[in-house]
Design a protein. Structure first.
Length: 380
């Protein structure tokens, strides 16, 4: 493999001070990812069906080979085609071919390991493209935990990981220690996915969802929001928990809030995004513009997100308490009740900032209800 390619991919996944998110990596050994067999990089012709793109660090190539072997029955039954970067012919323009395969795949298998999370190419090109395709309904993503790593602090934290118990297939750097039972579990999960009809590609501008028909000015805003989202994700992944990390994430959130008015048309898209950074951008908008319809989104973040996002989701809920019309008070009461149950479920005690934020929201809602339900006055 060309050294430049390996270095580029590595520089996309890991480093402490660089922008965060989908562009990550500093490790010189990481490399580009892989996809499937059924599309010609020169003709662009694509066969119908499930086209798998394997995204992995080259240090995990033996584990990738083993997974390919476990999926052999699906391949032999012509239920899947596969592509990975080892299929690139010598002398071929590897970056062009990888991008072509990325644009055609409809099932992305991300083999998570500490080397993968330290690869900028993975996060800067492959993960970004995959998540964009997911948002458009064109693809599915399956994170496969192949080796121990801090995947919980990565962009994949909100996705269902396999094996489902979060146990790495290979607990050491020696591929011989990999569990065949866990490989089989992953293969069964993929088998279940490809038993369904694959997503249909969107090929023309007219077919694209209305939310993605941006004019040029809104596209500029979207790109800036995405940049801040990446920065947040990289900060969360690369800085250890500390006051400095929290302060850095607060700065990023402030920048997102400064774009709230301009990015408001993107609110629904950001809230539905698989990207933690883009969901945080939705929270930033909701701290400026309250929305009754997105209260379930905020409660969902309380259940599933890290403390920083959870706290700010509750701050957005508190803002809604003092911003929405009184006709929304019952919905707000229900949201607060569900958020309180979510905090108990994640064992966030009453002295945490999150619990105090929610308690303040509940107290203010009760005060607002009392204010409008006070004794009527008669004026002569």
């Amino acid at each position: 493999m060309p050294t430049e390619r390996n270095k580029g991919r590595a520089d996309l996944c890991g480093g402490a001070d660089r922008p965060v998110g989908v562009l990550r990596a500093q490790s010189v050994g990481a490399r580009p990812l892989a996809g499937w067999q059924g599309c010609s990089a020169t003709t662009g012709e694509v066969s119908m069906g499930w086209h798998i793109f394997y995204s992995y660090a080259h240090e995990d190539d033996e584990l990738r080979k083993k997974l390919v072997t476990f999926l052999a029955p699906l391949r032999q039954q012509r239920r899947i085609t596969e592509w990975y970067d080892r299929k690139i012919e010598p002398g071929a323009p590897w970056n062009e071919e990888i991008r072509n395969q990325l644009s055609q795949a409809n099932l992305f298998l991300f083999l998570l390991s500490y080397e993968f999370l330290d690869s900028d190419y993975c996060f800067g090109v492959e993960v970004e493209e995959a998540f964009e395709r997911v948002k458009l309904g064109q693809a599915k993503v399956v994170p496969v935990l192949v080796k121990p790593c801090l995947w919980e602090d990565s962009r994949f934290s909100a996705l269902q990981i396999v094996p489902r118990e979060g146990k790495p297939i290979c607990p050491t750097d020696d591929p011989r220690s990999a569990s065949l039972d866990l490989f089989r579990e992953v293969a069964k999960e993929i088998r279940d996915i490809v038993s369904e009809e694959p997503p249909q590609p969107i090929t023309t501008a007219e077919e694209r969802p209305e939310t993605h028909k941006f004019d040029s000015s809104l596209e500029l805003v979207r790109n800036q929001v995405r940049s801040y989202a990446h920065l947040y994700e990289r900060t969360r992944q690369r800085m250890s928990p500390s006051d400095a990390r929290t302060a850095r994430m607060e700065q990023i959130l402030d920048r997102m809030r400064s774009l709230a008015t301009a990015s408001y048309p993107l609110l629904q898209e950001l809230a539905a995004s698989p990207s933690p950074g883009e969901r945080l951008a939705a929270v930033a908008i909701l701290q400026v513009f309250a929305s009754e319809s997105l209260l379930p989104f905020l409660v969902g973040l309380v259940r599933t997100e890290k403390p920083f996002v959870c706290f700010h989701a509750l701050a957005a809920l508190r803002f809604a308490v003092n911003s929405l019309d009184p006709s929304s008070y019952e919905t707000l009461r229900q949201a607060i009740t569900e958020a309180s149950a979510a905090l108990r479920q994640i064992k966030a005690g009453p002295t945490t900032d999150r619990a105090r934020q929610l308690a303040a929201a509940e107290k203010e809602l009760q005060a607002n209800i009392s204010a409008i339900a006070g004794p009527s006055k008669t004026f002569d």
